[in-house]
Design a protein around this ligand. Structure first.
Ligand code: NGO
Length: 526
């Protein structure tokens, strides 16, 4: 008997080990509070359930959508999470919710969400991201990034674990146009620098990138029918540097790169003023008696140049430029500038704008112009960009135009934070972080109400900034605040809570390698 007892005991013990081993509960999910996570822009609603979802090396991304763009969003999520986690998350198509432990991206029909909204449902078992359109999935992913620890943004492998607080987030934007503008004319920025900018603005759910492509100091977009624009007009920049321009192929690469991130590029050809670079390239477009022989300009004065508005050849030129530009522009808008034409008489300015507007409309696009264009008779879909003069914007509203809100005193990211800021101008104001956040588009100027406003855009003019590090110093941390004004409804916005959320972005900015201004107004936390 004794002979058998030991082996039987051993057998039972062994069985116990196997049984216990197979049903050992996985590490309990840590308790986490979704409503305590700092998010920018603030979502419409956040409901916490007090637990968490673990992202592990075994997590898969399952995409339920017969849609190439939605699949691409899944792949972008996998790519986004890879450097910091070193996980090679597999992206696979599916027709139903996957097994526990996975991420589930699904296109649904949910009228509450609109074209850009999304819903995140996070349980211990599953992270489900649903949206009506791929754009919504993309914005949901930007939120997922902020739900993970800050070092998820690092470009090298980091220590986990990677938990996401559980609960439900429902979210959709307030405004359909949420913009950033980059002036690549005063100082030129390379394709890679602009891509870096696109990556950063995409993280805050910005969906339009306005490129200020031409100005007195430089012409930055290749126009094949008028090659001297870039050969001559692109050859310098403010301060006398070598300038530069985008070939049409490079420009298309940028437009596509932006589109993959659900950002539409709005190209601006500024006219009839701010045209010195074009006038030097083709002096026949000039007839300004005060400046009979235009020369390359590397200073920062504004308002001295103008196209010769009564010359037939000028309109042939503009039409040629627009033909090529429209060809390069999948988006709905062409920006025609129209600002500060101080040496164009109003009697010449008005018919000029109306003619250029007609060109754009006849090519199937909508015009955006700086607020001065409201002196002209606007076409039904023309948008006026309010930067300086409320009367102009009100005049636009009276004509039924939509207004893009870029009041210089609040949204101009080229304004110094205070008098000690190394870069920037201050003609409009010093704009500290609170100033740029703490305002409301619908009450900013009399006569411009919610239904008149298309959206909000933050312009970054580049008279004083020469490289992308300097650009980032001016853009961060003000742009996330402008992005919140454009995305989040007024009810969920408030400086006191915003500054705490912004302060919590410190380690995230650092992991992203952003050269940000550490404003004393913000309680920065690790
Ligand atoms: C103005 C001007 C630009 C300057 C900018 C500098 C507009 C619309 N036109 O804004 O040429 O670069 O200010 O802040």
């Amino acid at each position: 008997m004794m002979k058998f007892l030991v082996p039987i005991k051993m057998f039972i013990a062994g069985l116990m080990v196997i049984l216990l081993g197979s049903c050992t509960p996985k590490e309990p999910a840590p308790k986490m509070d979704l409503s305590a996570v700092s998010l920018i822009p603030q979502p419409v609603s956040v409901a916490a359930t007090g637990s968490s979802f673990a992202l592990t090396a075994e997590t898969g991304i399952y995409v339920n959508a017969e849609d190439e763009k939605a699949t691409r969003v899944g792949l972008m999520l996998a790519d986004q999470l890879r450097p910091a986690t070193d996980f090679r998350l597999l992206v696979q198509p599916t027709k139903q919710a996957p097994e526990p432990g996975n991420i589930y991206l699904t296109l649904v029909e949910n009228s509450e969400l609109g074209d850009e909204g999304y819903k995140l449902e996070i349980t211990e078992d599953l992270l489900t991201l649903s949206a009506n359109q791929p754009a919504g999935l993309f914005y949901g992913i930007q939120t997922i990034r902020q739900l993970l620890p800050a070092n998820i943004e690092a470009s090298t492998q980091q220590e986990g674990p990677w938990y996401i607080a559980s609960g439900t987030i429902t979210d959709h934007p307030e405004y359909e146009y949420r913009g950033s503008m980059l002036d690549v004319a005063r100082h030129f920025f390379s394709v890679d620098e602009v891509k870096r900018h696109i990556d950063l603005i995409a993280a805050y759910k910005i969906n339009y990138l306005h490129l200020h492509l031409t100005d007195d100091q430089g012409w930055r977009i290749e126009i094949k029918s008028w090659p001297k624009l870039t050969e001559v007009g692109g050859s310098t920049e403010v301060g006398g540097g070598e300038g530069g321009f985008y070939t049409q192929e490079q420009y298309t690469d940028l437009v596509n790169y932006a589109a993959e991130r659900f950002i539409t590029v709005v190209p601006e050809i500024d006219m009839p003023g701010h045209t010195n670079a074009a006038l030097v390239s083709y002096p026949e477009l000039n007839c300004n008696p005060k400046m009979p022989k235009p020369e390359l300009y590397t200073g920062t004065e504004v308002g001295f140049s103008t196209f010769c508005t009564d010359k037939k050849q000028v309109y042939e030129f503009i039409n040629d430029v627009l033909v090529e530009l429209v060809e390069l522009t999948p988006g709905p808008y062409i920006h025609i500038g129209g600002d500060e034409s101080h040496v164009t008489a109003m009697k010449d300015y008005i018919p000029f704008i109306e003619q250029v507007q007609e060109f754009v409309v006849s090519k199937g696009k909508q015009v955006i112009g700086w607020d001065e264009i409201t002196h002209a008779q606007l076409a039904p879909n023309t948008v006026a960009q309010f930067w300086d003069n409320a009367k102009n914007a009100q005049n636009g509203v009276k004509q039924g135009a939509k207004i893009l809100m870029s009041p210089a005193k609040k949204t101009y990211l080229d304004m110094q934070y205070d008098s000690t800021t190394q870069w920037g101008l201050h003609w409009a104001a010093y704009i500290e972080v609170e100033d740029s956040y703490n305002w409301e588009p619908t009450t900013y100027a009399e006569g411009i109400s919610r239904e008149d406003i298309l959206g909000v855009e933050a312009p970054l003019w580049s008279e004083t900034v020469t490289n992308i590090d300097e650009v980032e110093y001016m853009v961060f941390p003000r742009l996330p605040g402008i992005a919140e004004i454009a995305w989040s409804s007024a009810e969920v916005r408030d400086w006191e809570t915003y500054k705490v959320r912004l302060g919590a972005m410190k380690s995230r900015f650092e992991a992203m390698g952003i050269n940000y201004y550490a404003s004393k107004q913000v309680p920065w936390t690790e």
